[in-house]
Ligand binder design. Sequence first.
Ligand code: SAH
Length: 272
Amino acid sequence: MPVSFAEEIQDYVKTDAMQGRDAQTSFVNFMNDKYGHNRDMLKLRYQRFLALVNNKDVTRDKEKIAFLRTEREAFALDRNQRRAYEHAFLDIGYGVTISGPHLVMRMTSALDVQPSDKVLEIGTGSGYQSAVLAHLTNQVHSVEIIEPLHKRTRDVFDNLVKNGRAEFENIKLKSDDGYHGWSEFAPFNKIIVTCAVDHIPPPLLQQLAPNGIMVIPVGPPGKQTLLKVTKEVDEQGKTTITRQDVYNGRLSVSFVPFTKADGGTWNGKGPH
Ligand code: SAH
């Protein structure tokens, strides 16, 4: 029986034993042989991985594996290749940015994606977040409002699939205003919003499945709280929504605005 990638990569996720140079070299050789990923990028990926583990941005094996497998450099602009694994957001063109690896992995971990989960992302951007999620479930859906960016990312994924990245084959992308979710595929077990708004969009809450989790940056421009929103439905059908700060008040986050098709933002448009 073929050994799965997850089984093969187990040694690298056990970081207490794997902090040394040998572990990095062995990881770089393994990924380069198997997937042809660039060696310099793999070194940077492994160094960033150790920092994420240290900071508890990622704690479970499944998310560690998802991070180690995802070629962030493929989603960064040419001019940012050397910066692909920095602890920083990166410009991806069209006036928008991709969040730093620590934030992407905090959000991914807060969702606790199960293999059977249907996931919706609002704000495809570069596609990096979708790519990470695609290692946790094969039901990833993502909506992007900037059409040329959607098209560019569609091409990035098509090329990766052509080069053997079958994991990305099932990612469904569309260009639209994600405020309205994606009703055709609703309900979703997990929803991740990567643009900021001052309220939780009611259509997204509605498209969240019972016992689903949504992670969303909520607050004013430049200073949002990263919320983990859960929707519980009891046996009588009563729905309870709970909100929790992923960073427990230690940190605020800053995401690009949740925009409308006419160029304005959705701030102030929520239920009052
Ligand atoms: N998850 C992305 C981050 C991109 S930044 C990544 O991994 O690269 C946030 C994205 O949200 C931007 O691309 C922005 O254009 C998009 N966005 C903003 N408002 C939106 C809306 N109403 N619907 C869908 N996408 C939106």
